[in-house]
Design a protein around this ligand. Structure first.
Ligand code: BGC
Length: 475
């Protein structure tokens, strides 16, 4: 029997636009995205950076959202998290749209000051049919009793800002370099401004950027193994991108706060980095991995503190920078860290990760107590309300999902009632199977299985456990 959770606790599932929207109809296809180009490019496929599966053969959530919200409702959920697609709303560039930036002495943008006609100009460029479609989506979710956690940006960026193939092949020759360029921060501010005025208080919760550290580290540091665009491997570039994403969050946060009363926050994806043994150096390396992976970006986004020199301590503090009303946590697994001089992690740290003990299809180590540890650390360090914005398992046979769900939600309960942490919601990843980035359709995270040919959804058995929990029933 699971004890009760707080009143008003949000129970939901999470999906993202690129991973679910595209499918049967022409309107569902959104091709002017860096990720679309990347996943479909012959050279990138031949380098085996991506699976070869086509995102345009996906779930067709764009057309089937009403059906999918009913599935969510039948789980006893009162919330759902999804994202809107920047490049779908702005198929064409927004460079010419007026607006000013308040800048620091280095010229970096700290605030966006729209002109009187900024909104009008943005409306002229935006695909207003797509905007209406998103508005209808939110209404439909609400009609099904689901409050919406809306993510502004879950990874793909418009092609007019990023040419991932050129950037991959020769960065110096690439004109559009995505998050390396300051112009991407500025256009993101305009997009945020537009979205804030269109959607205002319709979402229950706003998330600016999903996992900035994953965009930066997977794209620019672990590029040759992660399969994320633009597939590069450079420490300075990765942290330049993290810095730029922190600035982008800051502009979006400030803009959103002017136009919505809803909480606005960031989402991050901390694994539980656990020392593999008793050796003091294992513990040091676990701390370092945690710092580089999550603390660096949270210090910047939540406190305006930057460790530009990567020394382990901030060397720059920006006044009145950013903030986050809550911290969204996407927790999946534990990583056991061992000090090792032989192995180098990302060519920089002397450590290795031990293989999983209880493994998912992704070979990620299932470890519910890690969620409790991560929540404790983040709450003690940053003191913000928290939401689990993602938690789930790649398990195509649905053999481990039920146990995964129950054990993680029990750990979450302990976090709230024993550790006294302020956690306000849980979103299971995912409602339906979806496009798992460079791994394509092979990894199955859904509470509902999807047949990608017929687009049929079939409830997995483990969904029942989640339904019972959400409905406050015995399990
Ligand atoms: C991402 C999702 C992804 C999931 C599983 C998260 O980090 O936000 O887009 O599908 O991990 O890999």
């Amino acid at each position: 029997m699971l004890p009760k959770f707080p009143d008003n606790f949000l129970w939901g599932t999470a999906i993202s636009a690129f991973q679910t929207e595209m499918g049967n109809s022409e309107q569902s296809i959104c091709s002017n995205l860096d990720w679309y180009e990347w996943a479909n490019n012959e050279k990138i496929k031949s380098e085996k950076l991506v699976s070869g599966d086509r995102p345009q053969d996906g779930d067709d959530f764009w057309d089937l959202y009403e059906n999918d919200f009913k599935l969510a409702k039948s789980l006893g959920n009162n919330a759902i998290r999804f994202s809107i697609e920047w490049g779908r709303i702005f198929k064409d560039e927004t460079f010419s749209v007026p607006g000013e930036f308040r800048r620091d002495e280095r010229g970096e943008p700290l605030d966006f000051i729209p002109a009187s006609n900024t909104l009008e100009k943005l409306k002229q460029i935006a695909d207003m049919d797509a905007v209406d479609h998103y508005l209808n989506m939110i209404k439909s979710a609400n009609k099904n009793g689901l409050k919406v956690a809306l993510t502004l940006y879950h990874w793909p960026i418009p092609l007019w800002l990023h040419d991932p193939i050129r950037a991959h092949m020769n960065l110096d020759n690439a004109e559009r370099r995505g998050w390396i360029d300051g112009s991407t921060i500025e256009e993101f501010a305009k997009y945020s401004y537009f979205a804030s005025l269109i959607f205002r208080n319709l979402p229950e919760l706003w998330e600016t950027i999903n996992e900035p550290e994953v965009i930066a580290l997977n794209g620019y540091l672990f590029g040759d193994t992660s399969g994320f665009p633009p597939g590069l491997s450079s420490v300075p570039l990765a942290f330049q991108v993290e810095r730029n994403l922190a600035f982008a969050h800051n502009l979006a946060y400030r803009t959103l706060k002017k136009n919505t009363d809803r909480p606005v926050g960031i989402g991050t994806s901390p694994p539980y980095f656990e020392p593999a043994g008793e050796d003091r150096r294992d513990a040091e390396m676990a701390d370092t991995a945690r710092y580089m992976n999550n603390e660096w970006i949270l210090n910047a986004i939540v406190n305006g503190e930057f460790d530009n020199g990567l020394t382990g301590k901030p060397d720059e503090k920006i006044a009145n920078f950013g903030g986050s009303d809550y911290i969204g946590i996407d927790y999946y697994s534990r990583m056991r860290v061992r000090y090792s001089e032989k192995s180098t992690y990302a060519s920089v740290l002397p450590l290795e990760f031990l293989p999983c003990i209880n493994c998912s299809d992704f070979q990620w180590d299932i470890y519910p107590l890690g969620m409790r540890e991560v929540l404790k650390w983040i709450y003690r360090k940053y003191g913000r309300p928290m939401y689990i914005l993602e938690n789930g398992i790649a398990d195509s046979k649905d053999e481990k999902r039920e146990e995964y769900i129950i054990s993680h939600i029990k750990a979450l309960h302990d976090s709230i009632y024993e550790d006294r942490l302020d956690v306000r919601g849980y979103f299971h990843w995912s409602l339906i199977d979806n496009y798992e980035w460079s791994s394509g359709f092979s990894k199955r995270f859904g509470l509902h299985e999807v047949d990608y040919v017929t687009k049929e959804r079939k409830r997995r058995k483990s969904a029942e456990a989640y339904e019972r929990i959400c409905k406050g029933m015995d399990i």
